[in-house]
Ligand binder design. Structure first.
Ligand code: CP3
Length: 342
């Protein structure tokens, strides 16, 4: 097994950790902006396999990352279930809301998602023929809780208030939606693996707002269900879980869910992660994305701190969250040079 990301996921500590970056294909790159303009808008780009493969390749060509993440979005699954989805420039996603039983009853289920999502599988097949042999292709989906927060509110929210409210006021409906998303996520990721994704990642960006038993019920258990279903069908495909801002709940998450790697955000220190999370296996993370904007000696120092802290075990270097549109592409190169050359 020569791909460095697969080696890390199999538990190998490497002198130089493999590296990729969340949102590595994105608006900070001029070539991304040009291809997006050609596609017309973000969703048209996601559903155009040739152009989606092209933007996936752009950061690989420019920087030689060890991993390529499929270009798509976590909100394509609600759209495939029948929700309306659009993006408002400068604001973010908007969806038709699910707050009553009648909204839920309008959603589809099962096989119907593939009608909408088949271009995504085609993007993966194109990428298999284009990626350099050393680059690992990573598929992904949103975790049920995070996707549900957008479906319930109809947009992004600072505290996921509407989703917490539905959970409190109509538990049966909330749980039905979580179940529907769990099943769809298993089907979607399974098809990504069959199309050629070598690793899949589950993004639970709003896991941090689930506390106590809610964290167990709506972050940990769905992840466990998705991972065990995928492992039953595809035992050799490693899975990365990202319960963002889980804090103490990162501890034991890999063991409890069966994930091969836990991705950590930058609210926990890499030293803490080494002693509390990496003891169970591979860790991915966790340089603060702001360094891609600010650069300089701080970027170099913090990059070294992350690499040094996690050197003793399996590690995939990444940011703690996605790179932002105001990042300087030269700072990304400086981060990579620091990881690779010390
Ligand atoms: O990481 C990658 O490069 C792969 C592609 C990817 C995108 N979104 C492309 C994207 C991935 C893995 C995602 C995941 C995603 N999408 C998450 C989970 C990770 C996270 O960031 O917490 C979430 C919550 C979404 C939903 C979403 N999509 C939001 C809230 C937004 C708007 C915010 C923004 O940055 O504008 C998007 C749009 C989006 N998804 C963009 C990209 C490159 C920007 C769209 C554009 O080109 O205008």
């Amino acid at each position: 097994m020569s791909k460095t990301i697969l080696r890390a996921l199999a538990g190998e500590a490497q002198p130089v950790p493999p590296i990729w970056m969340m949102r590595q294909a994105g608006r900070y790159l001029p070539e991304y902006r040009a291809t997006r303009a050609k596609a017309g808008d973000f969703l048209s780009l996601c559903y155009n396999p040739e152009l989606a493969a092209e933007v996936t390749m752009q950061p690989i060509r420019r920087y030689g990352f060890d991993g390529a993440i499929l270009f798509a979005d976590i909100l394509l699954v609600p759209q495939a279930l029948g929700a309306d989805l659009w993006f408002v420039t400068g604001e973010g996603p908007r969806l038709s809301t699910v707050t009553a039983q009648a909204d839920f009853d309008r959603l589809g289920q099962g096989e119907m998602i593939h009608e909408t999502l088949s271009p995504i599988y085609e993007t993966i097949r194109i990428l298999k023929g284009e990626l350099p042999p050393e680059t690992t292709l990573i598929g992904f989906a949103g975790a049920p809780w995070t996707v549900a927060t957008y479906m319930i509110a109809g947009k992004g929210t600072p505290d996921q208030g509407p989703a917490h409210a539905l959970k409190a006021e109509n538990r049966a409906l909330f749980e039905a939606l979580m179940d529907r998303l769990t099943e769809a996520t298993i089907d979607y990721l399974s098809c990504q693996i069959e199309a050629g994704a070598e690793v899949v990642k589950l993004f639970d960006s709003w896991a941090g707002s689930l506390k106590g038993a809610d964290f167990d019920d709506f972050c940990l258990k769905p992840a466990q269900r998705i991972i065990s279903a995928l492992k039953a069908k595809h035992p050799d495909t490693p899975i990365i879980a990202f319960p963002r801002e889980a804090g103490d709940r990162y501890v034991g998450f890999a063991k409890a869910t069966g994930a091969d790697c836990v991705a950590i955000d930058n609210s926990v220190s890499p030293d803490w992660a080494a002693s509390h999370v990496q003891v169970d296996g591979c860790v991915q993370g966790n340089l603060a994305s702001k360094h891609m904007v600010t650069g300089g000696q701080d970027l170099v120092d913090e990059t070294r701190r992350v690499v040094d802290a996690l050197r003793g075990g399996p590690h995939i270097f990444n940011l703690g969250h996605g790179i932002t549109p105001d990042a300087d592409p030269d700072n990304v190169q400086l981060m990579i040079d620091t990881v690779r050359n010390g």
